[in-house]
Design a protein around this ligand. Sequence first.
Ligand SMILES: NC(=O)c1ccc[n+]([C@@H]2O[C@H](COP(=O)([O-])OP(=O)(O)OC[C@H]3O[C@@H](n4cnc5c(N)ncnc54)[C@H](O)[C@@H]3O)[C@@H](O)[C@H]2O)c1
Length: 259
Amino acid sequence: MGSMDGTIGLVTGIANDRSYAWFIAKSIMAQGGRCIFTHLPGDKMERRCRKAIEGLGVEDPWLMPMDAASDASMDEVFAKIGEDHGRLDFLVHSIAFADKDWLTEGKVTATPREVFTQAMDISAWTYMGMANRAKPLMTDGGAMVAMSYYGAEKAVPGYNVMGVAKAALEATTRYLAMELGQAGIRVNTISGGPIRTMSSMAVGGFSQILDWVEQKAPLRRNVTGEDVGESAAWLLSDGSSGVTGQVIYVDCGYSAMGL
Ligand SMILES: NC(=O)c1ccc[n+]([C@@H]2O[C@H](COP(=O)([O-])OP(=O)(O)OC[C@H]3O[C@@H](n4cnc5c(N)ncnc54)[C@H](O)[C@@H]3O)[C@@H](O)[C@H]2O)c1
């Protein structure tokens, strides 16, 4: 018997089988949960996402395109979930975006307004946008998890405007938890350690970050997708029934270090 038997939820953010969302879906399914999916619109994105989902052993997945920058696109997805499934028990928000031209050292001060606004919109506001649409479907309560990074609270060279957006995402987690708790919906975020994915490779100096963490983290290694996937499944299951509004570190202890 799994801790997520009989549950169904939406997993966003699978670009390929290295995405954090892919590992999260794998752990959810291992606990008996059923995942339905969205991908960024476009044939290439759909192909890659579908292939990754096949790798999870899901035949004929429920999969829709969703551009989180578009209210209409989000409305369409959640309306179709309502029509096809009638409910949601969990939601995985594992998406982020910032123009990579501004994710290198020395590129904080001159960040253009539109780059800042887009990073905030896609990486932080969308947690509210999805939560608002998921709420009416979570009639028996539910749980949500999003993905953040240590650069939300400390300045990490190259992370720049994305760090600012992640700070907003972490605050959003607390405010959503405050409002959705009465509906029995828990809202948490994982601050995950660095792993190589399509998005993280856009951050200037990412390889040095991996080397540094390996040397300094208490566990003397970098986190794996499995580490994060298992913690996310726990946050989405009744095993964490008293946990909400939290940012949980899954980073081999790196954030606990002073030096
Ligand atoms: N990889 C890391 O080192 C790391 C560490 C901590 C947190 N995170 C966070 O984990 C989450 C997942 O990232 P990842 O590292 O797995 O990379 P990834 O590139 O595999 O996933 C990012 C996803 O965001 C999606 N996305 C971007 N813009 C979108 C939009 N407008 N609408 C819908 N989807 C959109 C992409 O399609 C992609 O699937 C992100 O929030 C990221 O910031 C990553």
